[in-house]
Design a binder for this molecule. Structure first.
Ligand SMILES: Cc1cc2nc3c(=O)[nH]c(=O)nc-3n(C[C@H](O)[C@H](O)[C@H](O)COP(=O)(O)OP(=O)(O)OC[C@H]3O[C@@H](n4cnc5c(N)ncnc54)[C@H](O)[C@@H]3O)c2cc1C
Ligand code: SF4
Ligand code: SF4
Length: 551
């Protein structure tokens, strides 16, 4: 950073300082390849963001992260250029940071919680997390000390983020862990769903290799329910089973024409391209129809991934058809912007009603109806309502349905299933209806997010370990904690500091307008208030005094 930039930075308040842009491949280049779009922050970018952080006493960012990473502590380590301590702090709670740093929906999680987001730019927590994980991969991933084996064997069904996380946690508790995966590569959605240009497969492979170093065994091409039943697994000597089988069964619209040639579920389309490398045909033996005019139905990550993949396969026109408005789209915002830059078109408030085909049963036309937004439904989002007489159609040669997925639970499992076809578990113990069988991730919660699956995998591992008479303690302290202040009130005159009063507009003015009554707190005032904090948790942190009788 130049001295001018540094002066400018000091004259602005932290939330007004723009974070560095993520270096990326330009749109017109990237639609010609499958390489990663985002190139990652440099050390200078990371330091810029870490120094912008206000090191809040009560870091609201942490509550936004489903696994509650100690964000303040890892940013402190970054400021001290101790990247090893920073990544260890993250790994105390999240074993897949290179993946989360890339694809977590940070804008609605940790970064939404960041205090700076209330007025301006939040700290780019995810990008720093990605930098640290990549730094660790380049500088060598340290293996923690392995515990004494407990002699207990655990089977995990499914190798997505929930299964991988639980496998790591259970291996570190000393259990012998085998992961059964129906596909020929481990990683779940991370390898078959999310495309290479968002999440390189080499990163998922590195995480799987790390688990193998911890002693976890992977059995691939093993569909539990067909190859082995749950009874078989118990008979083979497994003491407990964790089902982390995800939600891989695609939903389709119930409209005429969904079976025409040229229609796909996003699951099938993405699996062919990502896992089976159809984009490298004929080097890889997987055929795929390379559509020229593609419509993708849906507004989530799978829809955006399918649309952007179609462009890279050579489509000249790709259109997302979404029944609600732009604001309701559940996609990560960055992916939406990238898709728009790449030339994906959007038809909002549009509902498909029929697919028409030619005499060879190939799809040729998508018929739709225009919607308007009505009252909010049970999800809290406005319900789309069709407008009579607004039907229209446009030509297509490929239609991809990306309207959600649900779990596929083999009947032979003999488990209780909810009305929504999810595996039913006790919310506290993660027990299913069969003793010794636990479940976690999307199979229990429905399609959610990567980090929610990780959080659920951790809870499942705790429950399963307790069932095996372990402590269920997966809390690790991999990096040093900062020393607490050992005095009551860090500043001079602490005992006489009065509360800072926020200025309010006069009662008369209040009655005449709907303006906020209380003004905002300035940075200096916030700093003053934080110094009045009593550090009530201090007595939990300082070493107890030893009296004579204790020696
Ligand atoms: C295309 C797409 C893009 C996404 N993008 C994002 C994103 O950007 N950010 C985000 O946070 N979330 C995203 N998600 C959601 C996120 O990836 C999932 O919520 C998460 O992967 C769920 O993890 P899981 O471990 O529960 O299941 P999964 O990842 O689905 O893994 C389950 C695994 O179990 C295997 N399996 C299933 N049944 C059996 C069986 N009977 N025997 C053996 N193995 C079995 C499956 O083959 C699979 O490998 C996306 C989802 C999709 C589909
Ligand atoms: S895991 Fe995801 S939500 Fe948590 S701090 Fe990292 S990027 Fe944010
Ligand atoms: S809330 Fe934002 S500013 Fe405060 S510690 Fe967390 S990242 Fe830093």
């Amino acid at each position: 950073m130049t001295s001018d930039q540094s002066k400018e930075k000091k004259s602005l308040r932290q939330w007004e300082i723009e974070p560095p842009q993520m270096p990326h491949q330009e749109a017109k280049t990237r639609i010609t390849n499958f390489d990663e779009v985002n190139l990652g922050y440099s050390e200078e970018h990371v330091m810029h963001e870490a120094t912008r952080c206000m090191a809040c006493k009560n870091p609201t960012c942490v509550a936004g992260c489903p696994v509650e990473i100690d964000i303040n502590r890892f940013l402190e380590a970054v400021r001290n250029k101790d990247y090893r301590a920073a990544i260890r702090t993250i790994k105390e709670k999240n074993s897949l940071p290179a993946i989360c740093g890339r694809v977590c929906p940070q804008e609605i999680q940790c970064q939404k919680g960041c205090i700076l987001s209330k007025k301006g730019y939040p700290i780019e927590i995810g990008r720093i997390e990605r930098f640290l994980a990549d730094w660790e991969r380049e500088h060598g991933v340290e293996l923690p000390e392995l515990p004494k084996p407990t002699g207990r064997c655990v089977a995990i069904v499914g190798s997505g983020p929930a299964g991988l996380t639980a496998a790591g946690d259970l291996a570190l508790l000393g259990h012998e862990v085998t992961v059964f995966e129906s596909l020929h590569e481990p990683g779940g959605v991370l390898v078959y769903g999310i495309p290479e240009f968002r999440l390189p497969k080499s990163i998922v492979k590195a995480e799987v290799d790390y688990l193998k170093r911890l002693g976890v065994t992977f059995q691939l091409n093993a569909f539990i329910g067909q190859l082995y039943t749950l009874d078989d697994l118990f008979e083979k000597g497994f003491d407990a089973i964790l089902l982390a089988s995800g939600a891989g069964l695609p939903n389709f619209l119930r409209i005429p024409g969904v079976n025409l040639v040229g229609t796909y579920s996003s699951n099938e389309f993405l699996t062919r391209v990502n896992l089976m490398r159809a984009y490298q045909f004929p080097d890889y033996d997987t055929p795929i129809i390379r559509g020229k005019t593609v419509a993708v139905i849906g507004g989530g990550n799978a829809a955006m991934d399918s649309a952007r993949t179609s462009l890279r396969l050579g489509a000249s026109k790709v259109c997302i058809v979404y029944r609600r408005s732009e604001n309701e789209m559940p996609v990560r915002r960055e992916e939406y912007h990238h898709a728009k830059e790449e030339g994906v078109e959007f038809k909002f408030l549009t509902q498909p009603i029929e697919l028409l085909g030619d005499d060879q049963e190939r799809v040729t036309t998508l018929r739709c109806i225009q919607n308007c937004l009505g009252e909010p439904d049970e999800s809290g989002r406005c319900r789309p309502e069709p407008i009579d007489g607004s039907e229209f159609e446009f030509p297509v040669d490929t239609v991809i349905f990306a309207i959600g997925q649900r779990p596929e639970v083999p009947d032979g499992f003999g488990l209780d299933i909810t009305a929504g076809r999810l595996i039913e578990v006790d919310t506290y113990t993660f027990d299913t209806s069969r003793e010794g069988v636990f479940a976690a991730g999307d199979a229990v919660n429905g399609t959610s997010s990567l980090i929610s699956a990780i959080a659920s995998g951790r809870k499942g591992a705790v429950a399963l370990d307790r069932f095996l008479e372990g402590s269920g303690n997966i809390d690790e302290k991999l990096a040093p904690q900062s020393e607490p202040e050992k005095c009551l009130g860090p500043g001079e005159g602490f005992a006489t500091m009065n509360r800072h009063e926020v200025s309010c507009i006069l009662p008369r003015e209040r009655l005449e307008s709907f303006c906020a009554v209380a003004g905002d707190m300035e940075e200096e005032a916030a700093d003053y208030e934080s110094k009045r904090c009593l550090q009530c948790d201090l007595r939990l942190k300082i070493t107890p005094v030893k009296f004579w009788g204790n020696y």
